[in-house]
Design a protein around this ligand. Structure first.
Ligand code: NAD
Length: 252
């Protein structure tokens, strides 16, 4: 078994939270396994990390909606590395359509990526963690899970609320195995891709008028929180949801 702790981060080859988490956990000393549905960006991300940290990083093409793909990737990681210590469920997808107009395809795709995908990875990672009697899982949910807002879409909100319930029950079941399971609920964490989803007005004045800290969120902000949650200082933290929204969406 190799000595570095192994962390699998889903959807970690994009422009947002996933790649920032991968980079931060690499800096923390983890052997990060990069995974994404996008083949070219996946390779580029693993190469970037290898150059930056001067060690090899493995990467797997992983569509979290494909259960057999998830099972195969996780068993390959367990076989090649002999351990899986951390799982960060970052893959997410949304399309904003009002309920009265929503296509079944949108509803199903959202539930598939955001909720079912989170279940599949946990389903196959947990037995490995249970056998090692240790592990930490962080599921990336969203403030959409608990808001009455038209900004996110019902499919996404329902899926992200489901992620919170999944997180809490999995935490309850796995504490006795030394496994902690938590969720993070970000507000707006800016990346250029979001411009394609939200209208310009959504971003106008956000930093100045909505955020309490005078700026939008950055992927690195969430990565810092994930780093804490999977690390030794969070040993008493499980079954929790951590909001991170610059004070825009407090809950409690
Ligand atoms: N950005 C925000 O403002 C924000 C706010 C709240 C929650 N979130 C959540 O944070 C997570 C990361 O979002 P982000 O905006 O930072 O983008 P990101 O760059 O971290 O993730 C996008 C990546 O997801 C990959 N992906 C899409 N479908 C996939 C699938 N089926 N399997 C595997 N990979 C897939 C894409 O290829 C892309 O590389 C998501 O779960 C999202 O719902 C984001």
């Amino acid at each position: 078994m190799q000595s570095r702790q192994v962390a699998l981060v889903t959807a970690s080859a994009g422009a947002g939270i996933g790649s920032a988490v991968a980079r931060r956990l690499a800096a923390d000393g983890f052997d990060v396994v990069v995974s994404d549905i996008h083949e070219r960006r996946l390779k580029e991300m693993a190469e970037k990390l290898s150059a930056e940290f001067e060690r090899e990083f493995s990467s797997y093409l992983l569509d979290v909606t494909d259960e057999s793909n998830v099972e195969s990737v996780i068993s390959q990681i367990a076989e090649s590395k002999g351990r899986l210590d951390v799982l960060v469920n970052n893959a997410g997808w949304s399309k904003i359509e009002p309920v009265a107009e929503m296509s079944t395809e949108t509803w199903r795709r959202c539930l598939d990526v955001d909720l079912n995908g989170t279940f599949y990875t946990m389903r196959y990672a947990l037995p490995i963690m249970q056998a090692n009697r240790s592990g930490a899982i962080v599921n990336i949910s969203s403030i959409a899970a608990y808001e009455t807002s038209t900004e996110h879409g019902a499919a996404y909100s329902a899926a992200k609320a489901g992620v919170l319930a999944l997180t809490r029950v999995a935490a309850a079941e796995n504490g006795r195995f030394g496994i902690r399971v938590n969720a993070v609920a970000p507000g707006l964490i800016y990346n250029d891709f979001l411009r394609k989803i939200y209208p310009d007005e959504f971003f106008d004045g956000y930093a100045e008028n909505r955020s309490l800290v005078g700026r939008v969120g950055r992927p690195e902000d969430v990565a810092g929180l994930v780093s804490y949650l999977v690390g030794p200082d969070a040993g008493y933290v499980t079954g929790e949801v951590y909001g991170i929204s610059g004070g825009v969406h407090p809950h409690g």
